[in-house]
Design a binder for this molecule. Structure first.
Ligand code: SAM
Length: 275
């Protein structure tokens, strides 16, 4: 038995499967959990791979730590999506964090992840964590609190996640950031979702004071995967706090080689810069 996620142009990412552990249709999406032959458990939403248990840090570490270490003192963090708890877990590794709010639209993803994956490793029970079940788009429109860091750990820009890549959403996000703030979003496969990456980059450029892009190889995705970073104020995303970095036990993202993040295939870089 196998599971294949088909990307555009007939490109697929496949796993050999030992057994299907769970399947349901929530109000928002089809949720599946598999036991793979070589990577532990696999979480699939609407037919798209969200994470593989053995290697999920290759996504969560580059999503969380570069922005947390570039911010001089990240105390309040907003996560949008991220129902499996991996992003929350990595955020709470930072001792500066006083409060981390995670806004996930689909309560069932949180519940199923707790039962079958447990990759939050206790993060959901951390007193600094608050889980809100709701649409991140609506939450950010009405938010009265301000945040130092916003992390968008969403599904791809279709269905409930589509608006999370819009200029309107980025404007609201900019408003709820403190005067020195930083936002990161995952922005899809560099090679196979290039147009979505260009659109999101363009939307962010019209809102943020500066926008950076980088890519990282992620296990289970059609890698390299892209990430976009928006700055409010004077934060320099090319510089990180190495003292705080030393306290983190990381496997994939290497703070000592932060500059290697900024790789992008030449033609994609040219497309981005041409915008
Ligand atoms: N690591 C994963 C990846 O990038 O493929 C993402 C994992 S996380 C499970 C993505 C979550 O975003 C899903 O649980 C989905 O329900 C949530 N999501 C999608 N649209 C959302 C929205 N508008 N507001 C809040 N959460 C949303």
């Amino acid at each position: 038995m196998h599971f294949i996620e088909w990307y555009p142009r007939g490109y697929g990412v496949a796993f050999k499967i030992k057994e299907k552990l769970f399947e349901t249709q929530s109000s928002y999406q089809r949720i599946e959990i598999y036991e793979t032959e070589g990577f532990g458990k696999l979480l699939v939403l609407e037919g798209t791979v969200q994470l593989v248990e053995q290697g999920e840090e290759s996504y969560h570490e580059p999503l969380v730590h570069p922005v947390m270490l570039a911010h001089p003192n990240p105390r309040k963090v907003l996560i949008i999506g991220g129902g499996d708890g991996g992003t929350l877990r990595e955020v709470l590794k930072h001792k500066t964090v006083e409060k981390a709010i995670m806004v996930e639209i689909d309560e069932m993803v949180v519940e199923i992840s707790k039962i079958y994956l447990g990759i939050d490793r206790g993060a959901f029970d951390d007193p600094r964590a608050e889980v809100v079940i709701g649409d991140g788009v609506e939450y950010i429109k009405r938010a009265e609190e301000k945040f130092d860091v916003i992390i968008i750990d969403s599904t791809d820009p279709v269905g409930p996640a589509k608006q999370l890549f819009s200029e309107e959403f980025y404007r609201h996000a900019y408003e709820v950031l403190n005067s020195e703030g930083i936002l990161i979003t995952q922005s899809g496969s560099v090679y196979l979702f290039t147009n979505e990456l260009l659109d999101a980059y363009s939307a962010m450029k019209s809102v943020f004071d500066r926008v950076y892009y980088f890519s990282f190889p992620v296990i289970g995705y059609a890698s390299p995967w892209s990430f976009l970073v928006g700055i409010k104020g004077s934060i320099d995303f090319e510089k990180i706090d190495m003292n705080r970095a030393k306290e983190l036990e990381l496997v994939y993202y290497d703070p000592e080689r932060h500059e290697t993040l900024f790789q992008m295939p030449k033609y994609v870089k040219e497309l981005l810069e041409g915008k």
